[in-house]
Design a protein around this ligand. Sequence first.
Ligand code: V47
Length: 375
Amino acid sequence: MLNGITEKIDRNIPLDRDELMFLYDREDLDLLAALAGKMRERHNGRTVYYNRNFHLEPSNVCSHRCRFCSYRRDSDTDEGAWTMSIEEVEKYLKDKYEPGMTEVHIVGSVNPSRDFDYYMEIIRTARRILPSRVTIKGYSAIEIADMCKGAGISYEQGLKKLMDAGLEAIPGGGAEIFDPGIRKLICPDKPDAAVWMEVHRTAHRLGLHTNATMLFGHIESREHRVEHLLALRGVQEETGGFDAFIPLKYRIANNALGIPADSGGIQEKEMEAIPFVEREADITEVLRTFAISRLALHNIPHIKSYWPMLGKDLCQLSLLFGADDIDGTINDSTRIYSMAGAEEQHPGLSARELVFMAEKAGFTAVERDSYYREA
Ligand code: V47
């Protein structure tokens, strides 16, 4: 089977489910590195992309009870909850923006006390405050679906309004794992895969650039991951609108999925029978998953390795397993991953440090904008 697989990779023919599982289950990581390296080289040569960016997280109050999330709070009165007013958003943007930055990444949450206009006003404010070379990338497909539902408008109408306000790209969040059985166990009230995909299809039709993610290393199997990748590949075949795929390693701290069901009081009664996660994916599984992602998604140009989630070392190593993008400077502006136990409690790196990471791993660092043009 291996000869056939190598030939397909050389000829850019998509690998099928069995071939991907055959590779995933092999012991020899070095073979996966070599095959994924071949495909990354065809797409991106020896380039590693990075950008100068920061995040805006206007609220962590969210009506979805995703069991993997350490960040969400039920209501504004809970300890650790925050919701910014538009004035606070404006002040935050002015404080965090530094000359040379090219992207702001906005994470929405599904805050039941905020409506479509609040989320639209955030985008409008960002567009007003930030220079035009800063791309506004914001709101996951799930957040957009919920906002549109709340406003009683279609995804197309909602996206058009957000685009009029200044939205230019959509991040890849909310995809989690598409398999309905696993999805029900880890994020029971989140809209399903079909909703996530329909928002992205609509966005692509309207000309928005978007990314895709997969949350892995919890209770899903390798088969579930391969199915997820194949579903994304299918959407990409239809639309060609995904720029990058980001495999997100599940981090275990401070969330219900990482806590034993018998630890008492933390899990809701009806969730007692639900499996929990004892340990995070080890380094070999993470690298394997990067390689398989690169190989499965022959039609998505970039594989992003997100250092605030993985830590710098693992991020750097993943460049040898198919990743070609290490995201950005971040400027200590995201809390989702530090709250879930990621190594960097105040994630921020200088552009120099990102270049160093890429070059020490044997690649050429290129600063990009949100559309992978040289910045
Ligand atoms: O959908 C939440 C994940 C995602 C945990 O498009 C967790 O450039 C691990 O979408 N452990 C949101 N992961 C983040 C996201 C993203 C990140 C970086 C770049 C881009 C991009 C998009 O974060 C969620 C969920 O899958 N997440 N909690 C956790 N405990």
